[in-house]
Design a protein around this ligand. Structure first.
Ligand SMILES: [Zn+2]
Length: 250
């Protein structure tokens, strides 16, 4: 068949209509989705209930492209993930317990505990983790988030944390996820180019945790921050089987 001028134009019109149709459909859907999004519930901070977030420290976005820093309580992704871990342990059971929070962060609610002590190294109520000026079994809950990588002798710190922990309670311990590398790399000084960290922990740190925390179970717990969709991990270290059962949902 010979393509006449008329048939060529007819074919072009059909192709054009198809193109317009395929282009217009997603646009319409996008428009509807945009309108509907206004009515969807906004991601809510599980610590303060806030719905407004801004860029994180150093102007960063979360790895998922979302703003991570809650304007209400200044929580970041990890704090909201750790709040979920604490909820799994049932804070209603903490009422008679003494909490030590190492470095300020909004992971726990001070109202949960009988007493709540904050220590900020080099400032308010400063404690040296390598030689903690407190008696054995002084605390039922110890919260130690992203500190161990700043301590010159982390093994001494682990021994001391174990010593001041009452066997009925638990230590919530976190640092950047060690599962990214096999072996810990320790460069022996606080490197300003690495956020003043002395080391990057590898998977082998888990054997050291188990050894230093004699009599305790070390549970690696992963939770998801609902605001950014990012997951983070912490260790719940405890000699109390009831706590480990609560974590496991038994
Ligand atoms: Zn908040």
């Amino acid at each position: 068949m010979v393509a006449t001028h008329a048939t060529l134009w007819r074919e072009r019109r059909i192709i054009y209509r198809r193109l317009v149709a395929t282009d217009r459909t997603p646009r319409v859907l996008k428009f509807i989705a945009k309108r509907l999004r206004r009515f969807l519930p906004k991601p809510r901070c599980n610590i303060c209930g806030g719905t407004r977030f801004r860029l994180g420290p150093y102007g960063r976005l979360s790895a998922t492209g979302k703003k991570p820093w809650c304007k209400g309580c200044r929580s970041l992704e990890r704090h909201r993930a750790f709040r979920k871990i604490l909820r799994r342990l049932d804070p209603a059971q903490f009422a008679a317990w003494r909490c030590l929070q190492l470095s300020k962060d909004p992971t726990a609610d001070r109202a949960w505990f009988k007493s709540y002590e904050v220590s900020i190294f080099g400032a308010e109520n400063s404690l040296d983790l390598q030689n903690i000026a407190r008696a054995d079994a002084s605390y039922d809950v110890i919260i130690c988030n992203h500190i161990l990588e700043h301590v010159p002798d982390y093994r001494a710190a682990l021994r001391e944390l174990r010593r001041i922990l009452d066997p009925r309670g638990f230590l919530l311990l976190s640092f950047p996820d060690p599962h990214h590398i096999e072996r810990t790399v320790d460069w022996g000084y606080a490197d300003p180019a690495q956020h003043d960290h002395y080391r990057v922990f590898g998977r082998d740190v888990e054997a050291e945790l188990a050894a230093a925390m004699a009599g305790c179970q070390v549970a690696r717990v992963v939770e998801r921050d609902d605001v950014t969709g990012l997951t983070d991990m912490a260790y719940v270290i405890s000699a109390n089987p009831a706590l480990q059962a609560r974590l496991a949902g038994r």
